[in-house]
Design a protein around this ligand. Structure first.
Ligand SMILES: CC(C)(COP(=O)(O)OP(=O)(O)OC[C@H]1O[C@@H](n2cnc3c(N)ncnc32)[C@H](O)[C@@H]1OP(=O)(O)O)[C@@H](O)C(=O)NCCC(=O)NCCS
Length: 207
């Protein structure tokens, strides 16, 4: 905060765009964090690698985006200051015959967690599932990620099975990676559950 306040030149006045003198002395401040929830665009893809963290997953990111382009999926982002700090994907194709849309790849960049972005992303995804008239939203939670279960349970998801298998992807260097999947399956009935959200105003603005 000290640096920010010096930039405003508000020293001695007790206020300014970047904070107050009291904040400077205390070292703590609460700042506004405008967030936009929107569909991914092509120029988001490099940023979604999060400075190398998800570079090995470039092929998976590209696949999720293609699915959105074809109308068989969605890739929804939480954008802060022009940077995608959160993501959730939907696959409308994989389980369409059983009336399910699969929510997957929910993630929020570490410093932005516990601010409500995860919940907002799931709700935005649910609205799209509802708009499509798909009866259930379904998702898988890795059995070594049990800590996240209460997050989904609070959102109304219920256990509905278990899924095991594997998926394959290539790293940008061309290495084939085989990932074993062992997940709890959770689902939520959209027709009932999403009713309270209708008309609450969040619209995904396509660019
Ligand atoms: C799961 C995740 C997307 C939640 O995002 P978020 O922006 O922090 O979510 P919100 O702020 O909306 O909600 C956070 C709540 O969920 C709880 N939560 C989420 N993941 C949790 C975990 N792994 N362990 C414990 N609590 C968790 C938080 O404790 C918090 O609860 P509180 O409000 O009572 O403190 C984020 O933690 C993440 O990116 N995790 C790594 C990737 C991942 O596990 N994705 C889910 C794959 S199924």
């Amino acid at each position: 905060m000290a640096t920010a306040n010096r930039r405003t030149g508000t020293s001695g006045t007790g206020g300014g765009r970047y904070g107050t003198e009291a904040e400077e002395e205390d070292g703590h401040a609460t700042i506004p964090l405008p967030v936009t929830i929107r569909p991914a665009r092509p120029d988001d893809l490099p940023k979604l690698e999060w400075f190398g963290l998800h570079t090995p997953h470039r092929e998976i990111l590209a696949g999720a985006f293609r699915l959105q382009e074809r109308g068989d999926g969605a890739m929804i982002l939480a954008e802060v200051n022009g940077f995608p700090v959160g993501q959730i994907c939907i696959d409308f194709l994989r389980k369409r015959p059983s009336g399910r849309a699969t929510l997957w790849a929910l993630r929020v960049f570490q410093p932005f967690r516990k601010l409500g972005l995860g919940v907002r992303l799931v709700r935005a995804a649910e609205r799209l599932v509802l708009q499509r008239g798909v009866p259930f939203a379904e998702l898988g939670v890795d059995r070594d990620n049990a800590g996240v279960l209460p997050f989904y349970e609070r959102l109304g998801y219920e256990h509905c099975g278990r899924e095991r298998g594997q998926f394959l992807y290539h790293t940008p260097e061309g290495r084939l990676v085989r990932v074993a999947i062992d997940q709890w399956l959770l689902h939520k009935r959209m027709a009932e559950a999403a009713k309270p959200d209708i008309g609450r105003g969040l619209r995904l603005a396509a660019e």
